[in-house]
Design a protein around this ligand. Structure first.
Ligand code: URA
Length: 203
C-alpha cells in the first residue's frame, strides 16, 4: 500500500548526509485513519536504534499527555520532521529539512488527520515556515497544505522540553484542549467519517 511504499522510500533514502550516520531511519507510525497526528523534531538515540518514533523518555511523556486528553498512543499517528537522527542530537540543518519535507507532506496527505499537533520550536518553525517563537505560535490554529487539504495545526511545546520545564505543563494542557476543540468541531461539521475519498488506498 501507499504507506508501506513511503516507509520503504524513507528507509532507503540517501538524499542528505544523515543517511551515512543513522542506524535506522524512523518514518513514523500509527493508524493511517488517525484523526490526530503528532509531529516532533527528529529521532533521538533510542528512536535511531529502534526505528520507531518517540520511544524514549519524551515518548513516555507524550503518551501521558495524550492520555490526559483522552487519547491513546495507538490512536494517534506519530512522526517527526526529520526521519533520521542528527548526530549528537544537534539541530537539523535547513537542507536536511528540505530533503525530508516531501516525506512529511506525503504523510500528512495520506493520513489526512483532522488536527496536527506540532511539538517544539524546531518542528513548528519547519512545518509552518516561520521564525516565530513558540510563545507567539501557540493558542491559535494554523494551516498546513498537504495534497488537496489544508490541515489545521496547533503548536505546543516539545515533550522533552516539558520534562525539563514542568512549569510549562499547564500551557501544554491548554494547547491539547485547543487541539481537542478543533477535532470536536471538525467531527461536528463533517460527521464522524470523512468519506471514502480520503480513506481508500485504491488507484
Ligand atoms: N524527540 C523527537 O522530536 N522525536 C522523537 O521521535 C523522539 C524524541
Amino acid at each position: 500500500d501507499r504507506a508501506a511504499e513511503l516507509y520503504e522510500m524513507v528507509r532507503a533514502c540517501q538524499l542528505c548526509a544523515l543517511a551515512a550516520t543513522r542506524t535506522r531511519a524512523v518514518p513514523g507510525e500509527g493508524p493511517l485513519d488517525a484523526e490526530v497526528m503528532c509531529i516532533g523534531e527528529a529521532p533521538g538515540v533510542n528512536e535511531d536504534k529502534q526505528g520507531r518514533p518517540f520511544v524514549g523518555a519524551a515518548g513516555q511523556f507524550l503518551g501521558e499527555l495524550l492520555a490526559a486528553a483522552g487519547l491513546t498512543r495507538e490512536q494517534v499517528y506519530i512522526c517527526n520532521v526529520l526521519k533520521c537522527r542528527p548526530p549528537g542530537n544537534r539541530n537539523p540543518e535547513p537542507e536536511e529539512v528540505a530533503c525530508c519535507e516531501p516525506f512529511l507532506r506525503r504523510q500528512v496527505e495520506l493520513v489526512a488527520p483532522r488536527i496536527v499537533l506540532v511539538m517544539g520550536r524546531f518542528a513548528a518553525q519547519s512545518l509552518l515556515r516561520t521564525d516565530a517563537s513558540i510563545a507567539s505560535l501557540r493558542g491559535r490554529v494554523h494551516r498546513y497544505a498537504a495534497g488537496e487539504r489544508e490541515v489545521p495545526v496547533v503548536v505546543t511545546y516539545h515533550p522533552a522540553y516539558l520534562l525539563r520545564n514542568l512549569g510549562d505543563k499547564a500551557k501544554a494542557w491548554a494547547d491539547l484542549c485547543l487541539a481537542r476543540r478543533v477535532l470536536q468541531d471538525a467531527i461536528a461539521e463533517d460527521g464522524p467519517s470523512r468519506g471514502p475519498e480520503t480513506r481508500t488506498d485504491g488507484p
